[in-house]
Design a protein around this ligand. Structure first.
Ligand code: PGA
Length: 253
C-alpha cells in the first residue's frame, strides 16, 4: 500500500513569525492524520524555526530547493541538501516548474539535486509537468517521461525509496485551472508505466505520485479517488492552516 503524501509548498511567502504561526495553527488540525505523510515547505529563512517548533509532531518539513553541489564550498546563494537536513528538513522539492521556467533549471541540474538529496538522507519530491503548449501539441507524455528519465538518471532501484514524484501540469499551477481527475489519472498511470519500464514493476507500484496544480479542499477528494494519485503538492491552498488541513483530512470529519 502506498501511504498518501500531502505536501504544502509555501513558495516565497511568509516571514519567520508568519511561518511559525501557520505551522503551529496547522499542527493540532492534522494531529490525527495518520493516513498520510504531512509535509510543509517554508522559505529557507524560516526552515529551522518551523522545524524546531514542529519537532515531535507528525508534520514534516521540506526545503523548496537545494544546490546541485553535495559539498559546502564557494557557491554564493546556494544551500546544500545536507544543510537542509541539518536544520530539520526531511524532504526537499526538486525541479519545480517555477525553477525550471524562471531559474533555467535543466534535467541534468535536477538530476544532480536528486542525487544530492539522496546523499544527504533527504527524500526528494521531484516535480515534472508539461506546459499548455506542450499539452496542446500532444507532447505531454514525451515531456514528462524526458523529465523523469533525465531527473532520475543514474539512480538505482533502491534510491527510488527516497523519491516522490509530483506531476504538476504547468497550466494548472496557480491558475485555478485544475486538471480533471481523469486527466491527472491518465498521466499518473503513464508515469507509473515509465517506472515499470525503466526499473521494475514493484518499484513502479511502490512509487508515490502526487498531483499538483490548483489543489483545493473542494477538489482533493475527486483527485484522490483515482487509483494512481497518491497525494498532492499544494501551493496557494497550503498557505492557510485551515484550508491545508481540510486537504490533509479530506473525506474525514
Ligand atoms: P498551486 O501551486 O496549488 O497554487 O497551483 C502548486 C505548486 O506550484 O506546487
Amino acid at each position: 500500500m502506498r501511504k498518501p503524501v500531502i505536501a504544502g509548498n509555501w513558495k516565497m511567502y511568509k516571514t519567520v513569525s508568519e511561518s511559525v504561526d501557520t505551522a503551529l495553527a496547522l499542527k493540532p488540525l492534522v494531529a490525527n492524520a495518520n493516513h498520510c505523510d504531512v509535509i510543509i515547505a517554508p522559505v529557507f529563512t524560516a526552515l529551522k524555526t518551523v522545524a524546531d517548533r514542529l519537532e515531535g509532531s507528525n508534520v514534516h518539513v521540506a526545503g523548496q530547493n537545494c544546490s546541485t553541489e553535495v559539498e559546502e564550498g564557494a557557491h554564493t546563494g546556494e544551500v546544500t541538501a545536507a544543510m537542509l537536513r541539518d536544520v530539520g528538513a526531511s524532504h526537499v522539492i526538486v525541479g519545480h516548474s517555477e525553477r525550471r521556467q524562471f531559474y533555467f533549471e535543466t534535467d541534468s541540474m535536477v538530476n544532480k539535486k536528486c542525487q544530492a538529496a539522496i546523499t544527504a538522507g533527504l527524500i526528494a519530491i521531484l516535480c515534472v509537468g508539461e506546459s499548455l503548449e506542450q499539452r496542446e501539441q500532444g507532447t505531454a507524455e514525451r515531456v514528462v517521461s524526458g523529465q523523469l528519465t533525465g531527473g532520475l538518471s543514474g539512480l538505482t532501484v533502491s534510491d527510488l525509496d527516497r523519491i516522490i514524484v509530483a506531476y504538476e501540469p504547468v497550466w494548472a499551477i496557480g491558475t485555478g485551472r485544475t486538471a480533471t481527475p481523469e486527466q491527472a489519472q491518465e498521466m499518473h498511470a503513464f508515469i507509473r508505466r515509465v517506472f515499470a519500464d525503466g526499473y521494475t514493476k514493484t518499484a513502479a507500484g511502490a512509487m508515490r505520485i502526487l498531483y499538483g496544480g490548483s489543489v483545493k479542499p473542494d477538489n482533493i477528494a475527486g483527485l484522490m479517488s483515482q487509483t494512481d494519485i497518491d497525494g498532492a503538492l499544494v501551493g496557494g491552498a497550503s498557505l492557510k492552516a485551515d484550508s491545508f488541513a481540510q486537504i490533509v483530512n479530506f473525506g474525514r470529519t
